[in-house]
Write a protein that binds this ligand. Structure first.
Ligand code: MN
Length: 716
């Protein structure tokens, strides 16, 4: 076996760095770190016989390939000093700063594992990775570079160790790199793992590739030229690359029953252009000259993958009838495709970069975090490992909402998994599903690129049967918790879900929002005492999540008036004026039951006119682009139905008293329901009132009663 020795020197590293790190102090810090590590590792050797310093030096060099920042490069040089040398933390902090120390500690912690069974080991490992990511994702990227260099020098280890390391790499690190979108590192890790796990297969494929290389090269080059001429003729500036398929991806396809000669994307090329528009132009030109293979076209520009990947894919009948897989993308998309989360480094100012990386990571982490929370109480270690494996690190499918939002799900997922992933509340009220336009049963197995529409009914509830249908452990746990939790807990969870979703939608970091200082401001503004109360009040519709967010992060100006303003035309038959629309069916939404005088917003339904919501109704948040401005007319109707919840501190039935208080104000009750809680009773009633003033009188009157703790208008 030929071993590629990569003798990177400190001068080469520094030279590489100067390309993109211009700050001289930062350059100096890196040089310092090298000297420091060299001294600490003095006298230590790797199994390959080299001086130990070669390892951290190479790890740092790998990181320059993704334009890592100076702190990461410094930490990479120091990453083994805490573990293997007599070097203490204060020394590193003093010389290189707190951030670098934290990174080094993170990488070191990731290496220390204590376990007895294989499952326990995986649990430990995943947890550490998750914790590492949530603290600073750079830790994981350094760890990936560390592993890559260890894999490159794996030949120096005994056979048994080689296999074990390769297996671990394939199971944990390659999927992790994939998850973070760092394709470059992922595919090298996979190829190296395969080489040690299945050497015969690896060399067999490599040899076949070699044999056919000359022929393929000629064909690809001819095609390359034809396509390039075509684009030049139409004035589209571009660069072309022939594209080598990784050995591991070929192995995967062979494993799925394909023949070597059938793997047509062996002939592949990539076109890089300046703008998104040019991508589509180029595609159109290529399709007009070369017939595309039906159903092989994918638009990941309009609908990016969850790991941020964007590109156009098509397969065409090229010259001599060979099939060519063609990818078209901009230079920036290419950077993201190769380096994923690390591409923030290449495209942003350095300070911003680690922050936006952390924000992006956090969105992914929501999911990891919920697994961690679950694993602490209910989950067995086996469940834990399976759920991480299935849902995060393995080959997921990408499905879409009708609006084109990507929902990433584990393979085998059903519409219920989809619904719960969109929002717990959507999951809980699911009554049916439509996939690509056809109604499907709830246990239908979703496939890549399915467009899924979930039908909900607000009075529907989860069924225990669902536990047998759903695929994802996370969904199963959400369903389970529905059956074990009381209503308050459910509302708290719903509120938390809603707030986090709104934050993500607005691209704010949850971590940044949840600082002590910010929460204090929110608690003060909304006159509440703790976070559960905040979630609860969002969950039951009392607070609008957006107003909560806006107390901390002021909304950008142009985002504010999302509601279209149109000239007003009165609909003579209605107590509501709908802007710009005459004679259209208008109805009051049942979820928030607006009352004359409330701030209202109209929502254009499909085929059912306009439904009027209170402007703080949480059901609106999801549909803002179909909202229009509406106003109450000067002539109100005689009565409006409104839903009110009355919380008490007693188990004594007070309904008669409540009814009496209500009728005293000339208010009729159309429906009243008593909900029994562990130690109190709660009343839900629908009342008829004239307007908001009338309703407020009722709320105030009821609150006077000593046994009533709180009265709220209900938003379902
Ligand atoms: Mn190392």
């Amino acid at each position: 076996m030929a071993h590629q020795k990569q003798e990177v020197t400190i001068d080469e590293l520094l030279e590489k760095i100067k390309f993109y790190i211009k700050n001289e102090k930062e350059q100096e810090m890196i040089q310092q770190a090298y000297l420091f590590a060299k001294e600490k590792h003095e006298g230590q050797f790797r199994k390959s016989g080299e001086a130990y310093i070669a390892h951290p030096l190479n790890v740092a060099y790998i990181l320059t390939g993704v334009y890592a920042d100076s702190e990461s490069i410094t930490a990479a040089l120091l990453h083994d000093t805490l573990e293997d040398c007599d070097c203490d933390e204060s020394e590193i902090e003093e010389l290189f700063g707190k951030n670098v120390l934290k990174l080094v500690q993170g990488v070191t912690k990731l290496g220390r594992l204590h376990f007895s069974t294989e499952n326990e080991y995986l649990v430990e490992y995943y947890k550490k990775i998750i914790v590492g990511m949530s603290e600073d994702v750079r830790v994981i990227i350094i760890k990936l570079a560390d592993r890559l260099h260890n894999m490159r020098t794996l030949w120096a280890l005994p056979k048994e160790k080689q296999k074990a390391k390769a297996k671990e790499t394939l199971e944990i690190f390659a999927p992790l790199a994939h998850h973070l979108g760092i394709h470059k590192i992922k595919s090298e890790l996979e190829d190296l793992s395969l080489r040690y796990l299945k050497p015969t297969v690896f060399y067999d494929i490599a040899e076949k590739l070699n044999k056919t290389k000359a022929e393929r090269d000629t064909t690809v080059n001819e095609m390359l030229k034809e396509v390039s001429d075509l684009l030049t003729e139409h004035h589209i500036p571009h660069e072309m690359k022939g594209r080598a398929k990784s050995i591991y991806s070929i192995y995967n396809k062979l494993n799925h029953g394909k023949k070597f000669s059938d793997i047509y994307d062996l002939l592949a090329l990539r076109i890089l252009v300046d703008t998104e528009q040019d991508c589509y132009l180029a595609l159109g030109l290529i399709h007009s000259k070369f017939r595309p293979l039906p159903k092989r076209f994918k638009d990941y520009i309009a609908m990016p993958k969850a790991n941020m990947y964007q590109s156009l894919h098509t397969t065409v009948f090229g010259i001599d009838g060979y099939l060519f897989e063609i990818q078209i993308r901009t230079y920036q998309m290419d950077e993201v495709a190769e380096n994923g989360i690390a591409s923030h480094w290449a495209y942003k100012e350095h300070k911003d970069a680690s922050r936006s990386m952390q924000n992006t990571t956090e969105q992914k982490l929501q999911f990891f975090k919920s697994i961690i929370e679950l694993s602490q109480d209910k989950m067995s270690s086996e469940d834990f490992v399976n759920s991480v494996k299935d849902e995060v690190l393995n080959n997921n499918i990408y499905t879409f909402t009708p609006k084109g939002d990507v929902i990433e799900l584990p393979r085998g997922a059903t519409p219920l998994d989809f619904a719960y992933k969109v929002h717990t509340r959507v999951g809980e009220t699911t009554v049916g599903a439509i996939v690509n336009g056809s109604i499907v049963p709830l246990d239908y197995e979703l496939k890549d690129n399915d467009i899924v529409k979930i039908n909900t009914n607000k009075s529907a509830h989860p069924s225990k049967e669902w536990l047998n249908i759903v695929k994802s452990t996370q969904t199963r746990n959400k369903i389970r918790s529905y059956f074990t939790k009381n209503e308050r807990d459910i509302l708290i969870e719903r509120g938390k879900d809603t707030l986090n979703r709104e934050l993500r939608k607005k691209k704010y970091s949850i971590q940044e929002f949840m600082t002590e200082e910010n929460l204090k401001l929110v608690f003060q503004t909304f006159k509440i005492d703790d976070i559960d109360e905040l979630y609860f009040s969002i969950g039951n519709g009392k607070f609008n999540p957006n107003s909560v967010i806006h107390t901390v992060f002021k909304p950008p100006e142009e985002e504010k008036p999302k509601i279209k303003v149109l000239p007003k035309i009165a609909d003579s038959n209605s107590d509501i004026i709908v802007a710009g629309v005459d004679k259209i069916k208008v109805s009051l939404a049942a979820c928030c039951s607006p009352v004359y005088g409330d701030d209202i917003v109209g929502y254009i339904t499909k085929g059912n006119g306009i439904s009027i919501h209170r402007s703080n109704c949480h059901n609106l948040a999801r549909m803002d682009d179909r909202c229009i401005q509406v106003n109450w007319s000067d002539v109100p109707a005689s009565k409006y139905e409104s839903d009110v919840v009355v919380y008490t501190n007693t188990t004594e039935n007070k309904l008669a008293d409540i009814i009496q208080k209500t009728s005293k104000l000339d208010i009729n009750i159309s429906e009243a329901k008593i909900i029994s809680r562990t130690d109190t009773l709660v009343y839900e009633m629908s009342v008829y009132v004239k307007n908001t003033e009338h309703l407020t009188k009722l709320l105030l009157e009821l609150e006077k009663a000593p046994y009533i703790t709180n009265v709220e208008r209900l938003i379902k």
